[in-house]
Design a protein around this ligand. Structure first.
Ligand SMILES: C[S@@+](CC[C@H](N)C(=O)[O-])C[C@H]1O[C@@H](n2cnc3c(N)ncnc32)[C@H](O)[C@@H]1O
Length: 220
């Protein structure tokens, strides 16, 4: 079965890896900055340019986009700072172009319609990392949220909390080390802290892709 996936705003490819785990046969990723750790076919470029090319989009069975969210966008940092402000909030444009293309896909973003809200505990992971997925040009039932086993480890307001989950963002205060974040999210091909903190666990997109393929496997 041929299952071609386009992953826009791909960072180091954690979402892409989930599609691979679900059976994707060809994956292309686009990011505005170079991502040397990206493990599949990489294009450095603007996701909005890719989305505007409907002919290109239609060469894929599925398009996933994780547009950066304003509060956490690392383009505000370091050598990429000159790009900040241009792409602060791409959600509206991404959504409009995706629906207009007719190609099935998903948007993962805090502003996304929460068709699926995924949590690490659903997959037995060591992070909670709730993430919203808007399903575009297809639909599936929302999975039930599962009860957390405990708390996120770390200091909060001067108090230490222990627990089965690590904080996979920021540094200090008991937050996860690079090795802990890799282990907790199931990512072993990048040790770049920024890429790990941006990532969604591959288990999430694997789940989304499996729901899609259970409905559309014959078409792919
Ligand atoms: C939240 S991260 C994506 C995380 C990714 N889905 C993963 O699982 O690892 C957002 C990414 O969007 C990229 N980005 C920001 N503006 C962009 C644009 N206009 N076109 C393409 N990529 C962009 C950033 O460099 C960053 O890697």
């Amino acid at each position: 079965m041929d299952f071609r996936v386009l992953d826009l705003c791909c960072c180091a490819g954690a979402a892409s890896k989930g599609f691979r785990d679900a059976g994707a046969t060809h994956i292309e990723g686009w990011d505005i900055v170079p991502r040397e750790n990206y493990p599949y076919t990489f294009h450095q470029g603007d996701a909005l340019a890719a989305l505007a090319d409907v002919e290109y989009l239609r060469t894929f069975h599925y398009v996933h986009v994780s547009p950066p969210c304003q509060a956490k966008c690392t383009l505000t940092l370091g050598t990429n700072a000159h790009l900040a402000g241009r792409y602060v909030d791409m959600y509206d444009e991404v959504r409009d172009l995706m629906y207009a293309s007719g190609v099935p896909g998903s948007i993962e973003n805090p502003r996304a319609r929460p068709d699926m809200v995924l949590c690490g505990e659903m997959f037995g992971l060591g992070v909670l990392r709730h993430r919203k997925f808007e399903l575009v040009n297809w639909s599936a039932p929302a999975p039930a949220h599962v009860k957390h086993r405990g708390r996120v480890r770390g200091w909060r307001h001067g108090e230490w909390f222990d627990g089965p989950y690590i904080a996979a963002y920021g540094k200090g205060g008991g937050k996860g080390s690079v090795a802990e974040i890799q282990q907790a999210m199931g990512i072993d091909w990048t040790d770049v802290h920024e890429e790990l903190t941006e990532a969604i666990p591959p288990a999430y997109t694997r789940y989304v892709a499996e729901q899609f393929l259970s409905q559309n496997g014959a078409a792919a």
